[in-house]
Design a protein. Structure first.
Length: 227
């Protein structure tokens, strides 16, 4: 089979509306079982009211919500250490203890709960405990909309997934997340350049009205798979 024919198979037209929406969401969200940890190097661009710039960084992320970014200069020297654990982030500058920043919940309006996930190649998903009562429906342009209801410890959310075909299967190329409570918030996640073997996005970005992050992987040094 020619390369042109293979490319046609990889990008052939498909219809997600023929699929069970709950099964499709389960397929998207079960990707978290693939890897335990990942490390490598990226190019990053960030923009918010507090900080802006573009830089290389070394990354270590794991499936337990921990993320470490070592921001380096072009000579390889460390400019800053960024760590995320759960809902807290910390930014420290080596040899300058007075230059540090700590935050909770969000950075630039982007939820920290998915910080490690998106670096590992996972797609933002509703919390598992909120899925049984969620509403699932297909919207226009092959969108899949998942809306959760409020609980004692979480506000209602809406996830709008958009797809492209990757080797004949639906591949998420964007997610619009909306917090629907009293303090409304919207974040757009976009994914591109699926890895030829794994489908993991080699390029992604997250954007809110308060800030944005853009990432392109240079290399992944290792992936530890779950036993």
């Amino acid at each position: 089979m020619s390369l042109m024919a293979l490319a046609g198979c990889a990008h052939s037209k498909f219809t997600v509306k023929t699929m069970d929406p709950k099964a499709l969401v389960n397929q998207i969200c079960s990707q978290r079982d693939v890897a335990r940890s990942i490390k490598g190097s990226v190019w990053m661009k960030v923009k918010s009211n507090d900080a802006s710039g573009q830089f290389p960084a070394d990354v270590v992320a794991d499936g337990d919500g921990k993320l470490s970014l070592e921001v380096t200069n072009l000579l390889g020297g460390t400019e800053a250490i960024i760590t995320v654990e759960g809902s807290q982030y910390r930014i420290q500058v080596p040899n300058k203890p007075e230059r540090k920043e700590v935050g909770y919940g969000y950075w630039g309006g982007i939820p920290l709960r998915w910080a490690s996930d998106v670096f590992m190649g996972y797609i933002p998903c509703p919390m598992a405990k909120n899925l049984p009562d969620a509403q699932f429906q297909f919207g226009k342009d092959e969108d899949l909309v998942v809306q959760t209801i409020a609980s004692l410890d979480s506000e209602p959310e809406r996830f709008t997934y958009r797809f492209r075909s990757w080797w004949g299967k639906p591949w998420v190329d964007s997610v619009k997340w909306e917090r629907l409570g009293a303090l409304k918030l919207t974040v757009e996640f976009k994914f591109d350049e699926p890895h030829a073997d794994t489908g993991i996005p080699q390029k992604w970005e997250a954007k809110s009205v308060q800030g944005e992050v853009k990432v392109r992987w240079k290399e992944r040094d290792s992936i530890s798979k779950r036993p």
